[in-house]
Each structure stands twice: as structure tokens, then as C-alpha cells.
Design a protein around this ligand. Structure first.
Ligand SMILES: *[C@@H]1O[C@H](CO)[C@@H](O)[C@H](O)[C@H]1NC(C)=O
Ligand SMILES: *[C@@H]1O[C@H](CO)[C@@H](O)[C@H](O)[C@H]1NC(C)=O
Ligand SMILES: *[C@@H]1O[C@H](CO)[C@@H](O)[C@H](O)[C@H]1NC(C)=O
Ligand SMILES: *[C@@H]1O[C@H](CO)[C@@H](O)[C@H](O)[C@H]1NC(C)=O
Ligand SMILES: *[C@@H]1O[C@H](CO)[C@@H](O)[C@H](O)[C@H]1NC(C)=O
Ligand SMILES: *[C@@H]1O[C@H](CO)[C@@H](O)[C@H](O)[C@H]1NC(C)=O
Ligand SMILES: *[C@@H]1O[C@H](CO)[C@@H](O)[C@H](O)[C@H]1NC(C)=O
Ligand SMILES: *[C@@H]1O[C@H](CO)[C@@H](O)[C@H](O)[C@H]1NC(C)=O
Ligand SMILES: *[C@@H]1O[C@H](CO)[C@@H](O)[C@H](O)[C@H]1NC(C)=O
Ligand SMILES: *[C@@H]1O[C@H](CO)[C@@H](O)[C@H](O)[C@H]1NC(C)=O
Length: 873
């Protein structure tokens, strides 16, 4: 052991202990080796530590007691560093919040040289940015700041475990240092950026002891197709998922001499048929090929694997029928062949020996026929089942499954007898959207945690919910009657409910919103749009202090918005469009609100400056009311509209499901008027920034501050009484895609700067009092005459009216005419371009149902991925 500690340090620690009696740290033996401590302090120097994770890393404390440092209890040398960052995924946030995690650089070479006995280094889920290779003059190594330098300065024969995974912003330019950590057994680089290192495979194969290799989502592109043989000898786990290989499976994969157990190649853009050589990996117990572009049949030789427990082939292009040989895989626990264009018949022969099966996914978007013997009793009891089939009934064996926890059925129209609902009441989560289930819900008690029954044929009055329900979606059915059976029923236990998400939009509900919201304080999202609800908005909605999204659009609600909604301090989306609500604009609503949609009501009064305190607004839609007065000049305070930075909020609701690592996700959505069309924004809502004040009684001039909103995509002030001129500053609104000032009293000339808005795809300046020449030779001629008609004295193309002041010379007139002919063609070209563009959007909406489908499928698949990932890493 090192016997040259600084006497001063010891005396200091003695003194400190004497003063503080901090027995936890003041053992009188100083364990820490000074070289180790020096190495750790060097490491700390490279780190930025916003939340003081390393605050215990000071010379006053024994370094064996520093947070995350592990010393050998025999030699007292540092053998491990474990500094994982724990993060949570907030509802309505794009990714985990990592602001408290470690960042900066990892001084890897110094660490490994100085901590001679380091075996374990785990920095998972932090936010490190770079690996740093220092120049060490005492050691025989070279300056490594140059990424391509072949001379590297890393040396360790002790490190066995290296985990840098989930540092999303960590860029590793080169892996040439890797072979110098000759003892490595576990290497996890998940989510690190390795796009610069094309030689990764060759370098990794130089590690003779490697048994775990995790390279998920490393931006790898090259699978070394030409390589015949990779000499891994100890590899047991290999994940190359979520990379962009765009190639077939490489030869070296089938030629691994080691006994590989787990192989994850999901989501890696792999193509081709599955080659029979895969059988060489005969020890496999986990095979995930999900979400690639594999085609051809699902091979029957897959039935020859002796140890396979997990087989995931979903979301590919496998066609033909499901081979009955898969029924030989008696060790199988998870079988997923969903989301492939499979055809043919599925029968009990497909499952003959699958007695251990717990998770089964059988689904085809082409259509599978089930032909099960009605007396067949499966050898398995499933926990999770995903089905899609083209029979009118569920197979009889379904009712033998008494352990089901999660059930998903898509695109199958089947009858739901009482015994179906009875079985469902013990299922924890179910998703049964788009199944044409025709059922009377009035006597049903829903007893699951997650309930998705949207887009079916459910009818009569609302079902009741038991207290453990957290998510319920009944949208797009034919449910009628009042809300009270669900919200106010006698079984509604006071305050004991756990409901977070309630969606009964697109039904035929009538009556009022009830005053029973106090019982449902946990609600985060409420969708009641497009029903026949009437009466006032009840003040008891103010009890929902966690409410983030409230959609009451397209009902018959009237009266003022109750002041109690001020208590909904988490509100992000407030949508009451198309009702008969009155009063002033509720500018007192949560100042954190992102989208305020009050369109088509009877709101009146002025726009107060309070509205600008909603500094996170991305959508302000107050069109089609009777709002009067001036537009306040404070709009420049709405910070989110000043820059074209996408909102950090993704407007989707994410709620953890009972399976670790998987989430119930539902995108918020709003119907917005932009580009002269009604468009639905869902997944992309947080990219949209819009102000729509059209069809009110606004007067005065447009305040110049409005034109500092350079992040705005869509501005509609049409059908008001606005006067004054369009200022030149409009040219600053670089991100504007849609601009509508039509039917006002704007005068003066169209500023030249308007032509600099290169994203502008829709412009309407018609029916104003504009004069002068439309700036020529610019994209402003690309819009049709309809964009400019009805103005006092506007001239030049695309209008047919000539500008006489420009016709001083015959030549110029000739030029103009030539130009205008050209522009007509140019314009036609533009128009068709625009139409195609628009069709694209249109089809996206039209296909939305399918897209959503695909999305749910993806989530389902993701669940498996995450599930398997968590359980194996
Ligand atoms: C050292 O620690 C290990 C586990 O950390 C423990 O199993 C072992 O018994 C300890 N040895 C001594 C001598 O304390
Ligand atoms: C290492 O190389 C980089 C890039 O050439 C240089 O900036 C740096 O000063 C060098 N460091 C040392 C210690 O020589
Ligand atoms: C390993 O380290 C030595 C000395 O530090 C260095 O010279 C050598 O280039 C390194 N080897 C590899 C393969 O990087
Ligand atoms: C690498 O480290 C070992 C001990 O850990 C040492 O014996 C060896 O000399 C080092 N190699 C180089 C090239 O520095
Ligand atoms: C694999 O082969 C390379 C040479 O191609 C060699 O450097 C390396 O040590 C070998 N690895 C193992 C684990 O045998
Ligand atoms: C597998 O590796 C051996 C060398 O060990 C080589 O001869 C053979 O061609 C390889 N097979 C395939 C299918 O690449
Ligand atoms: C596998 O299943 C097929 C059809 O179900 C059967 O013909 C075959 O004998 C089975 N093979 C084995 C090894 O069990
Ligand atoms: C409702 O669910 C709970 C807990 O999941 C369960 O104990 C209870 O038996 C279920 N009720 C019915 C009627 O199935
Ligand atoms: C609101 O959300 C917070 C944080 O998720 C939670 O602790 C609290 O219990 C919730 N409030 C209600 C009334 O459910
Ligand atoms: C339109 O503009 C002309 C000239 O600029 C002006 O004389 C006229 O009063 C304006 N009309 C209205 C309705 O503002």
C-alpha cells in the first residue's frame, strides 16, 4: 500500500473529525490511496457538475467514501466508479430532464492510467459530451486530441465493465483506444454517437474477453459485409439495434464461434430474407429482428432452435403463412409475428408445444384467418396477447386465458358478449380500438388501469369506472346520455379515483358537464369535444389542479368561463372552439398555457395586455368572435413566438404503463385554420406557431411589435377593421408560411420586404385599400390574383391592371409583358407544386387513422424492445 500520504492532509482530517465528530467519515484509518485520489480529482476537473453530485469529492474526505467510488475492502484501492444519473420522463416533455446530470468530458486516459486497479466504470444516463485523452509525459503515449491519431494513450489491464450508455450527446470520434483495455468484458455504448468510427467492428473484435456488446442507437452505418469471420470468442450478448445499416445480415454474424445467447438487431433497416445460417447460433435464447425490412417467408427452420425463449419478428415484410414448425419451440415465452403482411390460416398446430408461452403477438394488416378447434385448450396461460384476425368471433380458447394482464386487438370486428367484459375486468391494460365492437355499455363496469375502446360501435349510456382506472378512451363511438353515470355515479369514491386521462370526444353525449369534477382531481387530460353537451362550464373544473389539456370544442356550451379555472395552473392546452361561450377573453388562465383556442364563440371586449403574459403561447386562436378595440402592442413579450425554436414541450401525453419502460402515449391535437385550409395538427402540433384573430371587430393599426414575432408560422388578421400600412418590418418574419390580412382597411403599398419571406406558401391581401405596384420579379407573383383582388389601386402581375407610372418606355412594357407571360407559367408551376404539397398534408390527415394505428403498433413493439432491453441490461 502507498505509504506516502501527506501528513498535513491526515492532520487536517483528524482536526476535522475532532471538530465535527462525523463518525461516518472519520474512521482513523485513511483508506484512500493517494494516486487513486489524484486520478479521481483529475477526472472531476473534466466534469461539469450542476447539482453537486461530486460535492463529497474533496481532499477532506477519504476518497473511498466519495459518492460513487468503490474501493476494494482488501487492498483499499479504487476498483469501481458508479455515477448513474436518475431521470424521469415528465408528462408532456420530449425527453428526460438531464439538467442535474454530469456533463463535460470524461478524461478516460488519465483515469485508466492513474486508477491502476479500476475494474468497473459506469456513467450511464448522464450527459457527457466527449471523451478526453490527455497527454501524459510520464507515460509512453501521445497527444490524442487528434481523433484519427493511431497512437493512443489508453492502457488498462483491469477494467472489465465500461458503461457510457444513454449519454445522448456523447460523441466518440474514434474507438482506437478500445483494444488497449484488453480486459474488457462488458461494453455498453448505447445512444453514443459513433458515426465517425467506421472501423468499430474490427476494433471491438480485438477484445478477447468481451461477452456483452451493447451498441444500440450508435449511428452505425457499416456492418462490414465483406468480413467472413469475426473472432469473438466469449460474446454472449450482442445488440446492434436502432442503427442505420440498410444492408443484409453480414456473414460474420453466422460464423461466431462463441455461444451467443442474445441477439438484438431490431430497428436497424436490415433487408433480405432470413438466411438459414442463422441456425449456426444454436445457443440463442433471445432473437429480436423487429422493425426491419426483412421479406420472404417466416422460415420454418426457426422451429429448430432448442433454447429460444424470445422470438420477435414483428414490423417487417414477412409474407405467407406462419409456419407450424414454430409450434415446436417448447422453450418459447415470447412470440411476436405481428405487423407483417402475413396471410393464411392460424390453428392450434401453430402452438402445439408452446406450454411456456406468456406473450403472444399475432397480427397481420393483410388478414389472418383463425381456424381453431372450438374444444382446444391451449397448453399456455398468457399474460400478454396482441391479436388481429378476420373472423367474426374471438376464438373459443381466448376465454380459457385467466392470467391475461395486457390485451390488444386491432382491426377485427367481433362480438363482445357478457363473458368478454367479465374477462376484461381482470385484465390490467387493454387497447381495443378500431374493432367495430357493437356493445351496450350502460351496465358495464370498467375495472382496468388502461382502457382504450375508441372507434368502435359502443352505444347507449356511459359505462361506470372503478377507482383504479387511470386512462380511459371511449372516443369516436355512439355513446349517448349524460356524463353523470360516469362522473357522479354512487360508486364514485370521493377523492380515491386515479383517473389521469379521460377521452369521450366524438360521441352523442348530451346534458351538462356536471359539477362532480371534485371527485376526479387527478385528471391531467380531458377530451369531451364534438358532443352535444350544453349548459355552462362548471366551476368545479377548477379542482383539477394537474389538468394540462382541456378540450370542450364543438358542443353547445354557453356563459362565461368560470374564474375557478385559474386554479388549473398546469394547463397547457385550452380548446373551447365552436361553442356559444361569452364574456371577455380568459386572459387570467394559466400563464404557462401553450395553446388557447377560443375560436367561434361569442367572446367580446378588448384584448387586454394580460394576454402577453402567456409567454409560452404557440397557438392563439380567438377568431370568429366579437372582440373589438386595438391589438395591444405587447405581443413582442411572447417569448416562444420570437424565435423559431421548436417548443421544448412535445404535446403528447406520456404515462408509464405497468410494463417498465413502456408508455401510453397520446398526441394532443388541434384543428387550426392556416393556409386557407382547416388542418389538423397532432404529433406536429408543437412545431406550429399561429396567431388567428380573424373575423372580429378589431380596429386601429397593426402594432409594429407584431412584426417582431419572427418565429410565427401563421398570422391571420382578416375580416377586421384594421387600418394603416403594412410596415417594411414584415420582412423580419422569416418563418411565416401563411399570411392573411384580407378584408381590412389597410392602405399604402405592399412593402418590397414581403417578397423576402421565402417560406410563404399562402398570402391573402384582398379587399383592402392597398395601392401601387405589387413588387415584381419576386415570389409575390406566384400567388394568384385572388390574393390581391378588391384593393383600391393595386397594379402589376398577377393582377391584369397595368402600373401606368412604370410604362414610361415602350421597351419596359414589352419586358413586363414577357415577364408576365413567364410568370404565368411560373405561377402555374408553383400552383401545382402547392397543390401537391397540400395533397401531401391532406393525405396525411386522411391516412391519420392508419398512421395512428401504425403508431400504436410501434408503441407496442417498443414496449417489447424496452422491456427486453431493461431486463437484459
Ligand atoms: C468485501 O466485500 C465483499 C462484497 O462487497 C464481501 O462479499 C466480502 O465479504 C468483503 N470482504 C471482507 C474481508 O470484508
Ligand atoms: C494536442 O493536440 C492538439 C491538436 O493538435 C493541440 O491543440 C494540443 O495543444 C496538444 N496538446 C498537447 C499537450 O500537446
Ligand atoms: C496501446 O497503448 C500503447 C501505449 O500506450 C500505444 O503505443 C499503442 O498504440 C496502443 N495500441 C492501440 C492498438 O491503440
Ligand atoms: C500498461 O499497464 C500495465 C500495468 O497496468 C503496465 O505494466 C504496462 O507497462 C503498461 N503499458 C504501457 C505501454 O504503458
Ligand atoms: C481477432 O483477430 C485480430 C486480428 O484480426 C486480433 O488482433 C485479435 O486479437 C483477435 N481477437 C481475439 C479475441 O482473438
Ligand atoms: C466462417 O469462418 C471460416 C474460418 O474460420 C471460413 O473458412 C468460412 O468461410 C466462414 N464461413 C462463412 C459462411 O463465412
Ligand atoms: C416440428 O413440427 C413439425 C410440424 O408441426 C413436425 O412435422 C416436425 O416433426 C417437428 N419437428 C420436431 C423436431 O419436433
Ligand atoms: C377489479 O380489479 C381488481 C384489481 O385488479 C380485482 O381485484 C377485482 O377482482 C376486479 N373486479 C372484478 C369485478 O373483476
Ligand atoms: C398532481 O401531480 C403530482 C405530481 O405528479 C402528484 O404528486 C399529485 O398527487 C397530483 N395531484 C392530484 C390531485 O392527483
Ligand atoms: C383608400 O385610400 C385612398 C388613397 O390612399 C384614400 O383616399 C381613401 O380614403 C381610402 N379609403 C378608405 C376606405 O380608407
Amino acid at each position: 500500500m502507498n505509504t506516502s500520504p501527506s501528513q498535513n492532509a491526515i492532520i487536517f482530517v483528524w482536526l476535522l473529525c475532532g471538530i465535527m465528530f462525523n463518525t461516518a467519515f472519520c474512521s482513523f484509518n485513511i483508506h484512500c490511496n493517494q494516486q487513486d485520489m489524484h486520478g479521481l480529482l483529475n477526472f472531476k476537473q473534466g466534469v461539469t457538475d450542476p447539482s453537486g453530485v461530486l460535492s463529497s469529492w474533496t481532499t477532506q474526505l477519504d476518497c473511498c467514501h466519495w459518492k460513487g467510488v468503490i474501493c476494494s475492502n482488501i487492498t483499499n484501492r479504487v476498483i469501481g466508479i458508479s455515477l448513474l444519473c436518475f431521470t424521469t420522463l415528465p408528462i408532456y416533455r420530449d425527453e428526460d430532464d438531464k439538467s442535474h446530470c454530469l456533463t463535460g468530458s470524461i478524461r478516460l486516459s488519465l483515469l485508466l492510467v492513474e486508477l491502476e486497479f479500476l475494474e468497473y466504470l459506469n456513467l450511464r444516463n448522464n450527459d457527457f459530451l466527449a471523451l478526453q485523452f490527455d497527454y501524459l509525459h510520464n507515460h509512453n503515449c501521445h497527444n490524442l486530441s487528434i481523433p484519427t491519431s493511431p497512437r493512443l494513450c489508453v492502457n488498462s489491464s483491469t477494467l472489465r465493465h465500461l458503461d457510457l450508455s444513454l449519454n445522448w450527446n456523447l460523441v466518440i470520434n474514434s474507438l482506437q483506444w478500445l483494444p488497449n483495455i484488453s480486459s474488457l468484458e462488458y461494453l455498453n455504448l448505447r445512444d453514443n454517437d459513433l458515426s465517425m468510427e467506421s472501423n468499430w467492428l474490427q476494433l471491438v473484435t480485438m477484445l478477447p474477453s468481451l461477452s456483452f456488446l451493447g451498441m444500440r442507437a450508435c449511428q452505425l452505418k457499416d456492418l462490414s459485409l465483406s468480413l467472413q469471420y469475426a473472432n469473438f470468442t466469449k460474446l454472449e450478448f450482442l445488440s446492434l439495434s436502432a442503427n442505420e445499416f440498410n444492408s443484409e445480415l453480414p456473414k460474420w454474424l453466422f460464423n461466431l464461434s462463441c455461444g451467443i445467447y442474445e441477439l438484438d438487431l431490431s430497428s436497424s433497416s436490415l433487408i433480405g430474407h432470413l438466411p438459414k445460417d442463422l441456425l449456426n447460433l444454436r445457443e440463442l435464447d433471445f432473437l429480436n429482428m423487429e422493425d426491419n425490412n426483412f421479406d420472404g417467408p417466416i422460415p420454418d427452420w426457426l422451429g429448430h432452435f432448442k433454447h429460444l425463449e424470445t422470438l420477435i419478428l414483428g414490423v417487417n415484410k414477412f409474407s405467407g403463412s406462419i409456419p407450424t414448425n414454430l409450434g415446436n419451440l417448447s422453450t418459447l415465452i415470447t412470440l411476436v409475428v405481428g405487423s407483417n403482411p402475413l396471410t393464411g390460416v392460424v390453428s392450434e398446430r401453430n402452438f402445439a408445444k408452446l406450454s411456456k408461452l406468456k406473450e403472444l403477438g399475432i397480427y397481420s394488416y393483410v388478414g389472418l384467418t383463425f381456424d381453431f378447434d372450438s374444444d382446444w385448450i391451449p397448453p399456455f396461460q398468457l399474460e400478454e396477447l396482441v391479436l388481429g384476425f378476420s373472423n367474426p368471433n374471438l376464438p373459443a380458447w381466448f376465454y380459457t386465458q385467466r392470467s391475461l394482464e395486457r390485451l390488444t386487438i386491432w382491426d377485427s370486428s367481433f362480438e363482445a358478449p357478457d363473458k368478454f367484459w367479465n374477462l376484461l375486468s381482470s385484465v390490467i391494460e387493454f387497447e381495443l380500438q378500431d374493432n367495430s365492437i357493437d356493445a351496450n355499455m350502460s351496465n358495464v363496469l370498467l375495472n382496468s388501469t388502461v382502457i382504450v375502446l375508441s372507434s368502435n360501435g359502443l352505444k347507449s349510456s356511459l359505462p361506470r369506472l372503478s377507482p383504479q382506472v387511470t386512462i380511459v378512451s371511449l372516443s369516436n363511438n355512439s355513446l349517448s346520455g349524460e356524463l353523470s353515470p360516469l362522473l357522479c355515479g354512487h360508486n364514485v369514491s370521493n377523492g380515491k379515483n386515479n383517473l389521469l386521462y379521460l377521452d369521450i370526444s366524438f360521441n352523442n353525449l348530451s346534458g351538462g358537464l356536471t359539477n362532480c369534477w371534485k371527485n376526479w382531481k387527478s385528471l391531467v387530460v380531458v377530451h369531451l369535444g364534438r358532443n352535444n353537451l350544453s349548459g355552462k362550464i362548471p366551476s368545479s373544473l377548477g379542482f383539477l389542479s394537474n389538468l394540462t389539456s382541456l378540450h370542450l370544442h364543438e358542443n353547445k356550451l354557453h356563459g362565461d368561463i368560470p374564474l375557478s379555472l385559474h386554479n388549473c395552473r398546469s394547463l397547457l392546452v385550452f380548446n373551447v372552439r365552436n361553442n356559444q361561450l361569452s364574456g371577455n377573453i380568459p386572459d387570467w388562465i394559466s400563464h404557462g398555457v401553450l395553446a388557447l383556442q377560443l375560436r367561434s364563440n361569442h367572446f367580446r371586449g378588448k384584448i387586454s395586455t394580460q394576454i402577453c403574459e402567456m409567454s409560452s403561447l404557440i397557438v392563439l386562436d380567438i377568431a370568429q368572435n366579437t372582440i373589438s378595440g386595438d391589438i395591444p402592442s405587447c405581443f413582442g413579450n411572447i417569448k416562444t413566438l420570437l424565435f423559431n425554436n421548436v417548443s421544448r414541450y412535445k404535446l403528447s401525453f406520456e404515462f408509464p404503463s405497468s410494463v417498465p419502460g413502456s408508455y401510453f402515449i397520446n398526441d394532443d391535437n388541434l384543428e387550426l385554420v392556416t393556409k386557407g385550409q382547416i388542418l389538423e395538427y397532432g404529433k406536429n402540433l408543437h412545431f406550429m406557431t399561429l396567431i388567428d384573430m380573424s373575423s372580429n371587430n378589431l380596429s386601429g393599426t397593426i402594432p409594429p411589435q407584431m412584426f417582431s414575432l419572427t418565429g410565427l408560422h401563421s398570422l391571420n388578421l382578416s375580416n377586421n377593421k384594421l387600418a394603416g400600412e403594412i410596415p417594411n418590418e414584415i420582412g423580419n418574419m422569416k418563418n411565416l408560411e401563411s399570411l392573411d390580412f384580407s378584408t381590412n382597411q389597410l392602405g399604402g403599398e405592399i412593402p418590397e420586404s414581403l417578397s423576402r419571406l421565402s417560406f410563404l406558401g399562402f398570402l391573402n391581401l384582398s379587399f383592402n385599400n392597398l395601392t401601387g405596384k405589387i413588387p415584381s420579379g419576386t415570389q409575390l407573383q406566384g400567388f394568384s390574383a385572388l390574393s390581391y383582388m378588391g384593393n383600391y389601386d393595386l397594379c402589376g402581375p398577377p393582377l391584369t391592371k397595368f402600373c401606368f407610372q412604370d410604362n414610361k418606355h415602350k421597351d419596359t412594357e414589352h419586358e413586363d409583358r414577357k415577364q408576365s407571360e413567364f410568370l404565368t407559367w411560373f405561377y402555374i408551376g408553383m400552383e401545382s407544386g402547392f397543390v401537391t404539397g397540400f395533397l401531401g398534408v391532406c393525405c396525411a390527415i386522411f391516412l391519420n387513422k392508419k398512421l395512428r394505428h401504425a403508431f400504436f403498433k410501434f408503441l407496442y413493439d417498443l414496449r417489447y424492445r424496452l422491456h427486453s432491453w431493461w431486463s437484459s441490461t
